[in-house]
Design a protein around this ligand. Structure first.
Ligand SMILES: NC(=O)C1=CN([C@@H]2O[C@H](COP(=O)(O)OP(=O)(O)OC[C@H]3O[C@@H](n4cnc5c(N)ncnc54)[C@H](O)[C@@H]3O)[C@@H](O)[C@H]2O)C=CC1
Ligand SMILES: O=C(O)CCC(=O)C(=O)O
Length: 392
């Protein structure tokens, strides 16, 4: 049984999955082995020595201190694609909202006083103030063609738009999913200069922070509509407010309102609703719970953002999981200690990602605490634990 602390409200299906597997789950669980989180910021939280894994029910992991987790041997998971359709649908709504003055029009209708005016007549007389162009035939630029970007690009094609995409790290999987009609933008600047509607779908990291800045906005097509359903800090707010004022950007639709944006004409601020559908919440919670449970019970790693993917079927005996710096001679030092403890390795898998290697080692005998301590003491070992019967 593992102890799993929840941050945020996690969909009941995810909690039920963990409880059905015998784990204790809830917001008040202390000394957790695992954490299940949505958008809560974990940066300021000190993790206890028992913590082994953090599962983010969602895509973005900028609320998790990933580098610190890696140093402490804590595996961080996310749930790629689990909420992509939900975001795509809201982006489609955002395209319409940015084009037609639907929000202003609805707000105006509510101001009409039926005691004083004929509402039907007033609506017909006043509606011309709220017109806006169709999106069909216009050009949509999609920055980042991952799970969400591919769906947005394909939706644009279905809606009769010309679509250009920019993603210097496009995966083979995404390329397979992308409509053949999507054009390739040669650079971010080319996309910005060419598109009537621009939607950004990249993770927030050191490379992308502030990627939409004053310089790039200056090169953006006059009057473009910009949609940000990814993260606030991708866009320089002050530069965006200036671009809205001088007409470079006609509408900024954001799922991440900030103080600097509120009250500025042209801003459509949505309270981070991209993944707020029952379908997305359920998908994400189940996927996160499943991945966390598989890791805590068996040491298997799927969809981690800091550890390599590593999955091995077991043989019913004890299993050691071990993470180490990816330097020469580590495997021999580990297996020497196991041999000295007269443990017979029945199966072993070693995978690496960047500077980190991860091992799953199944043995025929029971592993003692003293052996685990010797493994942990090897210079370069970040984490070593036994998963009792984990190879079962
Ligand atoms: N509004 C909401 O509720 C939600 C927001 N998100 C945000 O959307 C982001 C994207 O989500 P997914 O599509 O699921 O992630 P993903 O990982 O499937 O796709 C991200 C794509 O961005 C590309 N990319 C990375 N750096 C880039 C750069 N400098 N320029 C252009 N492309 C770059 C990657 O190659 C990848 O194809 C998440 O990181 C998260 O911040 C995700 C889900 C819900
Ligand atoms: O859990 C949520 O509502 C946020 C989803 C999100 O932003 C993400 O998956 O990156």
């Amino acid at each position: 049984m593992a102890r799993i602390q929840t941050f945020n409200k996690i969909a009941a299906e995810g909690i039920a999955l963990l409880e059905a597997r015998g784990h204790q789950v809830g917001p008040d669980v202390h000394d957790p082995d695992g954490i299940l989180v949505r958008s809560a910021k974990l940066q300021d939280i000190t993790f206890g020595p028992s913590l082994r894994g953090i599962a983010r029910a969602g895509a973005g992991v900028n609320n998790v201190p990933v580098s610190r987790c890696t140093e402490e041997g804590v595996v961080v998971f996310n749930t790629p694609g689990s909420n992509a359709n939900s975001v795509k649908e809201l982006v489609v709504a955002g395209l319409m909202l940015s084009s037609r003055k639907i929000i202003e029009g609805c707000q105006w209708v509510q101001t009409l006083d039926p005691a004083k005016v004929d509402v039907g007549k007033e609506v017909e007389a006043g509606k011309s103030a709220f017109g806006g162009p169709e999106i069909a035939g216009k050009r949509l630029g999609v920055i980042g063609l991952g799970a969400i970007g591919v769906m947005v690009a394909n939706a644009g094609i279905s809606l009769g738009m010309e679509v250009a995409g920019y993603d210097p790290y496009l995966s083979v999987n995404s390329a397979w999913g992308l409509s053949r009609s999507v054009l390739r933008a040669t650079s971010l600047e080319a996309l910005l200069a060419d598109c009537d509607y621009i939607s950004i779908h990249v993770p927030l990291n050191d490379e992308t922070r502030g990627v939409i800045n004053a310089d790039r906005l200056n090169k953006t097509k006059k009057g473009a509509r910009f949609l940000n359903f990814s993260r606030d800090a991708l866009v320089d707010d002050q530069a965006m407010v200036k671009a809205l004022k001088d007409g470079t950007i006609s509408t900024y639709v954001t799922d991440f309102p900030t103080a600097a944006l509120l009250g500025n004409p042209g801003v459509i601020a949505i309270p981070h609703l991209g993944a707020s559908t029952p379908e997305a919440e359920t998908n994400s919670a189940i996927m996160a719970a499943q991945q966390l449970a598989d890791f805590l019970e068996q040491g298997n790693i799927k969809h981690s953002v800091n550890f390599p993917e590593c999955i091995m079927d077991g043989n019913g005996g004890d299993r050691i999981i071990l993470a180490n710096k990816n330097v020469p001679n580590m495997v021999s030092r580990i297996t020497t200690i196991l041999a000295e403890a007269e443990l017979n390795i029945s199966d072993m898998l070693n995978r690496h990602r960047d500077d980190l290697a991860y091992n799953i080692i199944d043995v025929d005998q029971t592993i003692s605490a003293a052996t685990v301590e010797k493994l942990q003491a090897i210079d370069g070992v970040v984490m070593a634990r036994v998963v009792p019967g984990g190879a079962g």
